[in-house]
Design a protein around this ligand. Structure first.
Ligand code: BES
Ligand code: ZN
Length: 645
């Protein structure tokens, strides 16, 4: 079922009909002749008057899920989770049915108040899946759904033993964001409906389960047919944060509330890389106020994990490619930790407000890097971020609507709207405000923002209301000067964007110039001591075209094709592809077949597909690597590699 039929769905029409132009203008700030969000911001942060989430069938104003209790068994032969989800419901008035989200679930039976309940599944939409509507007799406030997941549930990746570090046991992990949770849990899968959860998970005896929740049975409990683990999360979270990992997992404590789960074969390297975990939490607290989730553990996943990191509460999921051996990529953990405030404590109410999660987080991540590793490193990172922002805006075009902070995702998978804009434009906006009002004032606002909206899901319009009330204090001139409306609701980069400066990278710029002008690689005498960020900048700003002699010189002098640091290798491989530097091709193939992080895969396959010789290479490598990749990566890569001729 295509996008067109989604637009015609009754849910969407109802929204258009009920709210008409004003809401559309508020959400999109285009159409109906308006170019600005309305100044009126008297919407209370109750979750009832928010803009509707177009990516969920739920009607939380009528009935809302408040708690999910899972009792599931993992079948590694069938690649199925099966069991029950018991939902606690809060009813508003006389509502007689609850609407849930479901994608590909096999719903067997639904009970409540001691009897079977009637339920109906709606039409299947390619992006959204189906609505699951359950009839509620009076006084029933808890329903139990017996179900099984599909072997190709988008949220779940089932790995063969050969896809793990140990090579002997299978593995399962989930990825909920943005709208995958509905493929393994029948609930209201919208970030606007926060839910607490508990779980009993039964796994084969030699495996261990972890979740984004408090462990009630760290070693599990033996059952006749396996081992059962129990969990509980008492903080209400959006359902995309319910997460599970099952595998041969070992644990090592790093600090009083921090530690690492990973396969035994990876534990030493992971623990060595992440020694600063506890320090990071403390640094974040000094900036943002108390860490409210108890523990901050990290699960280092097998190489197919499609993301750098995922901020699952109490248990960040991370790619093994952060293990560079020199702790140079731990910024990624700072990013996921920052989400404990921006994202997990204060959450985007709809996916159009995604920048509230990622822009704030990217801003805070950089502040943490400054506290932990000094201002030079933080500035370098800002310059690198700014370059990717400029690249993204020119790739999309400065008037493209996907360069707005508040996104228009009508008829689209939220994953499609995800690009560097939410991250880098969002962070640049906050840095621009910080520069205008001063760090002290801005920090006070930031802390207050997290406190005022703790455990709430808010929209961009609500953020704007908060900014006006607590930072701008009604100063319209300041608001104009900051170009707040333009930042939030217009494409491109406003003229007042702060420009980051890094003295360290200015030196690298000089080296780039000298090398481009014909100086040999050996004359770059500072390079052997360069940080990852200096390398990223050097490789990222080299001229488009280099001669074969220059490429060989660089590679031989600095052994770039042999780098183990994923960011440096990635930046080098992009240079190598666009100049068709053959000697790097084995390293490229190794990289593409040994990890599945979409951020690395997408540009490399795109670069290959842009060249005549590379198309065939891309297809050949992809055919080999595809079975190793997560569906999030293949969904992105299939159209890229299959395009062109
Ligand atoms: N929350 C995101 C991951 C995500 C984004 C999942 C959109 C699904 C849809 C996570 O915090 C993130 O941003 N990860 C980045 C790393 C970060 C250092 C920029 C990634 O995976 O590359
Ligand atoms: Zn993030």
């Amino acid at each position: 079922m295509g996008v067109g039929s989604f637009l015609n769905r009754s849910g969407y029409n109802r929204f258009m009909f009920r709210y008409g132009c004003a809401a559309v203008a508020l959400a999109l700030t285009i159409g109906c002749g308006k170019t600005e969000a309305p100044a009126e911001t008297d919407r209370r942060v109750t979750g009832t008057s928010q803009e509707r989430d177009i990516h969920s069938y739920a009607r939380p104003d009528e009935v809302r899920v408040t708690h999910v209790a899972l009792d599931l068994r993992a079948d590694f032969d069938a690649h199925v989770l099966s069991g029950t989800a018991t939902l606690s419901l809060q009813r508003n008035g006389s509502a007689s049915e609850v609407v849930l989200d479901d994608k590909g679930l096999d719903i067997q039976r639904i009970t409540g108040g001691g009897s079977d309940l009637k339920f109906a599944l709606g039409n299947d939409d390619r992006i959204l899946g189906r609505s699951l509507t359950v009839q509620l007799p009076p006084n029933v406030s808890e329903i139990t759904i017996a179900y099984r997941t599909s072997p190709d549930a988008g949220a779940l990746q089932w790995l063969q033993p050969s896809q793990t570090a140990g090579g002997k046991r299978p593995y399962l992990y989930s990825q909920g964001e943005a709208i995958f949770t509905r493929t393994w849990i029948p609930t209201q899968d919208t970030p606007g409906v926060r839910q607490t959860y508990s779980a009993r998970i039964t796994v084969p005896r030699d495996l261990r389960a972890v979740m984004s929740a408090e462990q009630l049975t760290p070693d599990g409990v033996e059952t006749p047919d396996g081992r059962r683990f129990e969990f509980r999360l008492t903080h209400p979270v959006p359902p995309y944060l319910i997460a599970i990992g099952i595998g041969n997992l070992a644990y090592r404590q790093v600090g009083p509330r921090t530690g690492i789960y990973t396969e035994p074969a990876m534990l030493d390297a992971a623990a060595n890389e992440l020694v600063d975990l506890e320090k990071m939490v403390t640094a974040a607290e000094s900036l943002l106020g108390p860490y409210r989730w108890g523990r901050f553990d990290v699960l280092v996943l097998p190489p197919s994990f499609p993301l750098g990191g995922m901020e699952n509460p109490r248990l960040t999921f991370a790619t093994p490619t952060i293990i560079a051996g020199d702790r140079s990529l731990v910024g990624l953990i700072a990013h996921e930790l920052a989400h404990s405030w921006s994202g997990n404590l204060v959450t985007n109410a709809t996916w159009s407000d995604f920048w509230l999660n990622e822009g704030f987080t990217t801003y805070v991540e950089n502040r943490l890097m400054e506290v932990l590793y000094g201002v030079d490193r933080a500035r370098m990172l800002q310059v690198l971020d700014r370059r990717s922002l400029d690249t993204e805006i020119s790739r999309l075009g400065p008037t493209h609507k996907d360069t707005m902070l508040h996104l228009d995702l009508k008829g689209r998978d939220p994953d499609d709207g995800v690009n560097d804009i939410a991250y880098e434009k969002g962070a640049t906006f906050l840095r621009t405000i910080e520069a205008a009002v001063g760090r002290e004032t801005f920090d006070a606002f930031l802390r207050g923002y997290f406190d005022r909206h703790a455990f709430q899901s808010i929209t961009t319009a609500q953020f704007l209301g908060d900014l006006r009330e607590h930072l701008l204090h009604g100063d319209r001139q300041l608001e104009e000067r900051l170009k707040v409306q333009e930042w939030l609701y217009q494409p491109g980069l406003p003229g007042n964007a702060v420009v980051p400066q890094s003295d360290v990278l200015v030196h690298v710029d000089e080296d780039v110039k000298a090398f481009a002008g014909g100086a040999g690689a050996a004359s770059i005498t500072s390079a052997p001591k360069w940080s990852t960020q200096e390398w990223q900048h050097f490789l990222g700003t080299l001229p488009e075209k280099l001669t074969p002699a220059q490429l060989t010189d660089l590679d031989r002098t600095f052994r770039l094709s042999n780098r183990l640091n994923a960011e440096v290798l990635f930046a080098w491989l992009r240079v190598a592809i666009r100049n068709h530097y053959e000697p790097a091709m084995p390293a490229l193939e190794r990289f593409l077949t040994s990890q599945g992080r979409r951020k690395f895969l997408k540009p490399l396959y795109e670069d290959l597909m842009k060249t005549d010789w590379g198309k065939e290479e891309a297809r050949r490598i992809y055919a080999r690597a595809r079975p190793l990749y997560h569906s999030m990566s293949t969904t992105t890569l299939d159209p890229i590699v299959k395009s062109g001729s």
